[in-house]
Design a protein around this ligand. Structure first.
Ligand code: IDP
Ligand code: MG
Length: 138
């Protein structure tokens, strides 16, 4: 299944009132929203979600940030969804992101970069399973 990916509208973007604009950007880019909801992660949940980064110097800053406020989590569907979504969001650092990408348009900084995107289909499945139950995935 390479037609599903997982996205988060991160706390900076929700706080900056960009949720609606980013949601529209998702639809305009040809993704179907299988499921979406607002959540607030605990520090512990953010640490688990980003476990693959636990050896990085920014792990503590990242998990503080991701548990600092509300996020919107989304399961997205499109052909080649993982790559298409990574293209739509742009580079991790908004300074390096291409014009018109979500991070270029809406990110605050490298740490507070507006959105998350899965890096593989396998991880997308795991990440969707982390936040959504089966009955939420219509
Ligand atoms: P990605 O989100 O583009 O896949 P990753 O390298 O997986 O980028 O990093 C996960 C998240 O960690 C980034 O989206 C960003 O919020 C944060 N991050 C990455 N590198 C740094 C850094 O050097 N300083 C602070 N935060 C960082
Ligand atoms: Mg990543």
């Amino acid at each position: 299944m390479n037609n599903i990916t997982f996205a988060i509208i991160k706390p900076d973007a929700v706080n900056n009132n960009f949720t609606g604009k980013i949601y529209n950007h998702i639809l305009k880019s040809g993704f179907k929203v299988l499921s979406a909801k607002l959540i607030k992660m605990s520090k512990h949940q953010a640490q688990n979600f980003y476990l693959i980064h636990n050896d990085k110097p920014f792990y503590n800053e990242l998990t503080d940030f991701m548990s600092s406020g509300k996020c919107m989590v989304l399961a997205l569907k499109k052909d080649n969804a993982v790559n298409e979504w990574r293209k739509t969001i742009g580079a991790t650092n908004p300074d390096d992101a291409r014009e018109g990408t979500i991070r270029k348009l809406y990110a605050n900084s490298l740490a507070e970069n507006a959105v998350h995107g899965s890096d593989s289909s396998e991880n997308a499945k795991k990440e969707i399973g982390f936040f959504f139950s089966e009955i939420e995935l219509i």
